[in-house]
Write a protein that binds this ligand. Structure first.
Ligand SMILES: Nc1ncnc2c1ncn2[C@@H]1O[C@H](COP(=O)(O)OP(=O)(O)OP(=O)(O)O)[C@@H](O)[C@H]1O
Ligand SMILES: [Mg+2]
Length: 227
Protein backbone atom coordinates (compact mmCIF):
# COMPACT_ATOMS: atom_id res chain seq x y z
CA UNK A 1 0.00 0.00 0.00
CA UNK A 2 1.24 3.44 -0.93
CA UNK A 3 1.81 5.80 2.01
CA UNK A 4 2.02 9.58 2.09
CA UNK A 5 4.31 11.06 4.72
CA UNK A 6 2.79 13.41 7.27
CA UNK A 7 5.98 15.47 7.08
CA UNK A 8 7.05 14.30 10.54
CA UNK A 9 9.05 11.09 10.67
CA UNK A 10 8.10 10.21 14.27
CA UNK A 11 4.42 10.62 13.35
CA UNK A 12 4.80 8.44 10.26
CA UNK A 13 6.32 5.78 12.50
CA UNK A 14 3.04 5.54 14.43
CA UNK A 15 0.98 4.81 11.32
CA UNK A 16 2.99 2.41 9.14
CA UNK A 17 4.82 5.16 7.30
CA UNK A 18 2.13 7.75 6.67
CA UNK A 19 -1.44 8.36 5.54
CA UNK A 20 -2.95 5.98 3.03
CA UNK A 21 -2.76 7.51 -0.42
CA UNK A 22 -6.04 9.25 -1.40
CA UNK A 23 -7.41 9.13 2.12
CA UNK A 24 -9.16 11.86 4.13
CA UNK A 25 -7.60 12.55 7.51
CA UNK A 26 -8.92 14.73 10.29
CA UNK A 27 -6.73 16.60 12.76
CA UNK A 28 -8.67 17.72 15.77
CA UNK A 29 -7.27 20.13 18.33
CA UNK A 30 -8.01 23.07 20.59
CA UNK A 31 -7.08 26.70 19.87
CA UNK A 32 -3.34 27.19 19.42
CA UNK A 33 -2.55 23.47 19.59
CA UNK A 34 -0.48 23.66 16.40
CA UNK A 35 -3.01 22.37 13.87
CA UNK A 36 -2.03 24.80 11.12
CA UNK A 37 1.67 24.26 11.79
CA UNK A 38 1.22 20.50 11.43
CA UNK A 39 -0.74 21.06 8.22
CA UNK A 40 1.96 23.27 6.74
CA UNK A 41 4.63 20.68 7.61
CA UNK A 42 2.51 18.13 5.71
CA UNK A 43 2.22 20.43 2.71
CA UNK A 44 5.90 21.38 2.63
CA UNK A 45 6.89 17.71 2.71
CA UNK A 46 4.89 17.30 -0.50
CA UNK A 47 6.31 20.40 -2.15
CA UNK A 48 9.86 19.29 -1.36
CA UNK A 49 9.11 15.96 -3.05
CA UNK A 50 7.99 17.76 -6.21
CA UNK A 51 4.25 17.47 -5.54
CA UNK A 52 1.68 20.23 -6.06
CA UNK A 53 -0.24 21.16 -2.95
CA UNK A 54 -3.32 23.23 -2.14
CA UNK A 55 -4.18 24.96 1.16
CA UNK A 56 -7.74 26.16 1.71
CA UNK A 57 -7.73 28.61 4.59
CA UNK A 58 -11.18 29.31 5.94
CA UNK A 59 -11.17 32.67 7.64
CA UNK A 60 -7.46 33.02 8.49
CA UNK A 61 -5.99 35.66 6.19
CA UNK A 62 -3.10 34.97 3.88
CA UNK A 63 -0.91 37.77 5.15
CA UNK A 64 -1.03 36.83 8.81
CA UNK A 65 -0.87 33.14 7.99
CA UNK A 66 2.30 33.52 5.92
CA UNK A 67 3.81 35.76 8.56
CA UNK A 68 3.13 33.25 11.34
CA UNK A 69 4.53 30.38 9.30
CA UNK A 70 7.64 32.39 8.48
CA UNK A 71 8.48 32.30 12.19
CA UNK A 72 9.04 28.55 11.80
CA UNK A 73 11.21 29.14 8.73
CA UNK A 74 8.42 28.06 6.35
CA UNK A 75 8.53 30.26 3.28
CA UNK A 76 5.17 29.69 1.63
CA UNK A 77 5.49 32.71 -0.66
CA UNK A 78 8.53 31.22 -2.32
CA UNK A 79 6.74 27.96 -3.19
CA UNK A 80 3.65 29.81 -4.31
CA UNK A 81 5.70 31.98 -6.67
CA UNK A 82 7.05 28.95 -8.52
CA UNK A 83 3.61 27.32 -8.77
CA UNK A 84 4.15 24.36 -6.44
CA UNK A 85 1.85 25.66 -3.75
CA UNK A 86 -1.61 27.21 -4.00
CA UNK A 87 -3.18 29.12 -1.14
CA UNK A 88 -6.85 30.07 -1.11
CA UNK A 89 -8.26 32.37 1.51
CA UNK A 90 -11.98 31.61 1.73
CA UNK A 91 -14.98 32.28 3.86
CA UNK A 92 -17.05 29.30 4.89
CA UNK A 93 -19.78 30.60 2.59
CA UNK A 94 -17.38 30.65 -0.37
CA UNK A 95 -16.37 27.07 0.30
CA UNK A 96 -20.07 26.19 0.37
CA UNK A 97 -20.60 27.90 -3.00
CA UNK A 98 -17.60 26.09 -4.40
CA UNK A 99 -18.91 22.71 -3.33
CA UNK A 100 -22.42 23.40 -4.56
CA UNK A 101 -21.63 25.29 -7.76
CA UNK A 102 -17.99 24.53 -8.54
CA UNK A 103 -16.93 28.18 -8.59
CA UNK A 104 -13.50 29.66 -7.66
CA UNK A 105 -11.37 27.93 -10.30
CA UNK A 106 -9.98 25.48 -7.75
CA UNK A 107 -11.26 22.55 -9.78
CA UNK A 108 -9.26 23.71 -12.79
CA UNK A 109 -6.11 24.01 -10.69
CA UNK A 110 -6.69 20.52 -9.31
CA UNK A 111 -6.98 18.99 -12.75
CA UNK A 112 -4.38 20.99 -14.64
CA UNK A 113 -1.63 20.99 -12.05
CA UNK A 114 -2.04 17.43 -10.82
CA UNK A 115 -2.43 18.38 -7.18
CA UNK A 116 -1.76 15.47 -4.78
CA UNK A 117 -2.19 17.01 -1.31
CA UNK A 118 -4.84 19.32 0.08
CA UNK A 119 -5.48 20.90 3.45
CA UNK A 120 -8.80 22.42 4.57
CA UNK A 121 -8.20 24.63 7.61
CA UNK A 122 -10.77 24.38 9.08
CA UNK A 123 -13.87 22.33 8.37
CA UNK A 124 -15.61 23.54 11.53
CA UNK A 125 -16.91 26.90 10.31
CA UNK A 126 -18.03 25.28 7.09
CA UNK A 127 -20.09 22.58 8.76
CA UNK A 128 -21.69 25.14 11.06
CA UNK A 129 -23.22 26.85 8.02
CA UNK A 130 -25.57 23.94 7.82
CA UNK A 131 -27.86 24.06 10.81
CA UNK A 132 -29.27 20.61 11.28
CA UNK A 133 -27.01 17.64 11.89
CA UNK A 134 -28.34 15.79 8.86
CA UNK A 135 -27.62 18.81 6.66
CA UNK A 136 -24.08 19.09 8.05
CA UNK A 137 -23.42 15.46 7.40
CA UNK A 138 -24.79 15.72 3.87
CA UNK A 139 -22.66 18.77 3.07
CA UNK A 140 -19.50 17.11 4.36
CA UNK A 141 -20.30 13.98 2.41
CA UNK A 142 -20.67 16.02 -0.78
CA UNK A 143 -17.30 17.61 -0.05
CA UNK A 144 -15.72 14.18 0.54
CA UNK A 145 -17.10 12.84 -2.74
CA UNK A 146 -15.35 15.72 -4.49
CA UNK A 147 -12.09 15.10 -2.65
CA UNK A 148 -12.19 11.42 -3.61
CA UNK A 149 -12.62 12.21 -7.31
CA UNK A 150 -9.49 14.37 -7.25
CA UNK A 151 -7.18 11.57 -6.11
CA UNK A 152 -5.59 13.64 -3.39
CA UNK A 153 -4.53 12.83 0.14
CA UNK A 154 -6.43 15.31 2.27
CA UNK A 155 -5.84 16.70 5.74
CA UNK A 156 -8.82 18.39 7.34
CA UNK A 157 -8.56 20.50 10.45
CA UNK A 158 -11.28 20.68 13.08
CA UNK A 159 -11.60 22.77 16.20
CA UNK A 160 -11.99 20.50 19.18
CA UNK A 161 -13.88 22.77 21.54
CA UNK A 162 -16.86 23.05 19.28
CA UNK A 163 -18.99 19.98 19.36
CA UNK A 164 -19.09 19.24 15.67
CA UNK A 165 -18.78 15.52 16.33
CA UNK A 166 -22.51 15.20 16.88
CA UNK A 167 -23.05 14.98 13.15
CA UNK A 168 -20.57 12.13 12.88
CA UNK A 169 -17.56 13.70 11.15
CA UNK A 170 -15.25 11.28 12.96
CA UNK A 171 -17.07 8.37 11.36
CA UNK A 172 -16.79 9.74 7.83
CA UNK A 173 -13.02 10.24 7.70
CA UNK A 174 -10.39 7.58 7.02
CA UNK A 175 -8.03 8.80 9.71
CA UNK A 176 -8.30 10.82 12.90
CA UNK A 177 -5.57 12.34 15.04
CA UNK A 178 -6.20 14.36 18.18
CA UNK A 179 -3.97 17.07 19.62
CA UNK A 180 -4.39 17.19 23.40
CA UNK A 181 -3.29 19.77 25.94
CA UNK A 182 -3.65 18.15 29.33
CA UNK A 183 -2.73 19.17 32.79
CA UNK A 184 -0.09 16.94 34.32
CA UNK A 185 0.56 18.08 37.86
CA UNK A 186 0.90 21.84 37.63
CA UNK A 187 1.78 22.11 34.01
CA UNK A 188 0.19 21.36 30.69
CA UNK A 189 1.65 18.84 28.32
CA UNK A 190 0.89 18.60 24.61
CA UNK A 191 0.28 15.12 23.27
CA UNK A 192 -0.80 13.69 19.93
CA UNK A 193 -2.95 10.62 19.67
CA UNK A 194 -3.78 8.52 16.64
CA UNK A 195 -7.45 7.80 17.29
CA UNK A 196 -8.21 5.86 14.15
CA UNK A 197 -6.52 5.08 10.86
CA UNK A 198 -8.44 2.77 8.53
CA UNK A 199 -6.46 -0.13 7.14
CA UNK A 200 -3.49 0.72 9.32
CA UNK A 201 -1.97 -0.82 12.39
CA UNK A 202 -1.35 2.20 14.57
CA UNK A 203 -0.06 3.08 18.00
CA UNK A 204 -2.72 4.30 20.39
CA UNK A 205 -0.63 5.80 23.17
CA UNK A 206 -0.40 9.56 23.46
CA UNK A 207 2.94 10.88 22.25
CA UNK A 208 4.40 14.07 23.68
CA UNK A 209 5.01 16.87 21.15
CA UNK A 210 6.28 20.41 21.37
CA UNK A 211 5.95 23.43 19.13
CA UNK A 212 9.51 24.60 18.57
CA UNK A 213 11.32 27.19 16.45
CA UNK A 214 11.18 24.98 13.38
CA UNK A 215 7.71 23.53 13.87
CA UNK A 216 6.17 20.56 15.60
CA UNK A 217 8.42 17.88 17.01
CA UNK A 218 7.40 14.58 18.59
CA UNK A 219 9.10 12.99 21.56
CA UNK A 220 8.15 9.29 21.45
CA UNK A 221 10.60 8.46 24.24
CA UNK A 222 8.92 10.65 26.83
CA UNK A 223 6.15 9.30 28.97
CA UNK A 224 3.34 11.35 30.43
CA UNK A 225 3.24 10.87 34.16
CA UNK A 226 -0.22 11.15 35.61
CA UNK A 227 -0.65 13.61 38.44
N1 LIG B 1 8.71 29.34 18.21
C1 LIG B 1 7.71 28.84 18.92
N2 LIG B 1 7.94 28.05 19.97
C2 LIG B 1 6.95 27.53 20.67
N3 LIG B 1 5.65 27.72 20.40
C3 LIG B 1 5.35 28.48 19.36
C4 LIG B 1 6.35 29.09 18.56
N4 LIG B 1 5.74 29.78 17.61
C5 LIG B 1 4.41 29.63 17.81
N5 LIG B 1 4.18 28.85 18.86
C6 LIG B 1 2.87 28.40 19.36
O1 LIG B 1 2.19 27.82 18.26
C7 LIG B 1 0.81 28.17 18.33
C8 LIG B 1 0.26 28.45 16.96
O2 LIG B 1 0.23 27.27 16.24
P1 LIG B 1 -0.88 27.09 15.10
O3 LIG B 1 -1.25 28.38 14.48
O4 LIG B 1 -0.39 26.01 14.24
O5 LIG B 1 -2.08 26.57 16.01
P2 LIG B 1 -3.56 26.30 15.59
O6 LIG B 1 -3.99 25.09 16.33
O7 LIG B 1 -3.69 26.29 14.12
O8 LIG B 1 -4.29 27.58 16.19
P3 LIG B 1 -5.74 28.19 15.87
O9 LIG B 1 -6.69 27.33 16.63
O10 LIG B 1 -5.66 29.55 16.41
O11 LIG B 1 -5.91 28.12 14.40
C9 LIG B 1 0.75 29.43 19.11
O12 LIG B 1 -0.37 29.35 19.97
C10 LIG B 1 2.02 29.49 19.89
O13 LIG B 1 1.72 29.18 21.22
MG1 LIG C 1 -4.88 27.38 12.80
Amino acid sequence: MERVSTGIKELDDLIEGGFKKNSINLIEGTAGSGKSTLAVQYILDGVKKGEKCVYLSIEERRESFYENMERFGFNLQEYEAVGDFFFYELTAQKLKDFIEKGTLGIEEIMKESGVTRMVIDSITAFSLLYGAEAAQRNAVQTLFTKLKTWNITAMLIAEAELDYSNFGLQYLVDGLMILNYNKVGRQRVRTIEVYKMRGTKHRSTEIVYRIEDNGIRLYPGETVLEA
